[in-house]
Design a protein around this ligand. Sequence first.
Ligand SMILES: N[C@@H](CCC(=O)N[C@@H](CS)C(=O)NCC(=O)O)C(=O)O
Length: 361
Amino acid sequence: MGSLIAGVWSDADNIMDAGAYVRAPSVFNQALSAGIIAAMAAQPGRFHLIASWSCPWSHRTMLVRRLKGLEKQIPLHITGGKRVEGYPANSGRPWQVPGSNKQIVHLHQLYSLSHPQYSGRATVPVLWDSQALRIVSNESASIVRALDAVRQNDLAIGSDRSLVGGRDFCLAPGSLAAEIDELNGYIYQHLSNAIYRAGKAQSQSAYEEAVGQVFACMDWLENRLGGQRFLLGAAITEADWLLFPTLVRFDLDYVMHSRCSYKRLLDYPHLWAYARDLYRWPGIAETINFEAIHLSNVVEGSVIPVMPCVDWSAPQQRAALGPVSVYLRTGENLEIEDGDTDGLGCSGPASVPAALGAWGR
Ligand SMILES: N[C@@H](CCC(=O)N[C@@H](CS)C(=O)NCC(=O)O)C(=O)O
């Protein structure tokens, strides 16, 4: 893919170490300041999210933007198209950088516009500040946490989507942040990023080490989710939404293209039902472009494999494990009415339970 070296593009790819793939840490990965979080609420359109349909890390940020009803506050720009010098900014066409009179073609030009001496990869997602003309963050975990921290009461333009029963909810409440961080770290290391280590490995031993971790983690999740509705119990939290993009891509992409071929998501009854329980959440289906994910690793000009036959809307009976709850900003746990869970969200107003209806459409 290449990277920038002191602001100049280089096609060299330094991602391998003795046959093993090593992901470089994001450069702009610090937690977002309280000032930026307040500005996100107060200045709609100042911050822009640049993301890709196929990228699981981008998907995390799109999910939380949607769940928190921040579409008006944080415009979304989808990158995509043939990679010439890394990601194109706008499918190969010129793209007017928000807040600037500059037009760019490659995403890396946004990085060097922000930091002319930048050295590192030009990755998505990116949170762009159109006022300071700076990349605020290129680390999905930090972007997600910041979007979750935006207070509904502070929004300059109200949102009708993220209020549960008219109240401000939160995916990573302070009291659970350490537990969520630990879980996120474990799942990232043993599953979400291990899949990439399996797919990109150039030695048998590096591959086997990675793929072993992937399926040990899938087994662990299957076991955990057999007895509780979500990763932390009854409450849906950030940990669930960080895992979800990996599950969405598992059978469609990773089984074939990352050599994670030992089992499919479909072979894990609890995990597969859990993934569908998340999928039916209001607005979530709109954040997924199955075709883009499926095609993302198909070599251009080659034969395109058929999509796996998977019904994400199939009933999943997860309500048998208990009702859904969310944490409010105050730390209180709120149970959400969840009678007919199989119909929640995606299939239209008639089946959306009252408490979720407010942020379902
Ligand atoms: N740690 C970053 C990883 C982002 C990332 O690696 N994105 C991929 C797309 S899925 C990318 O932009 N790759 C381009 C490259 O590595 O040059 C995050 O979670 O935001």
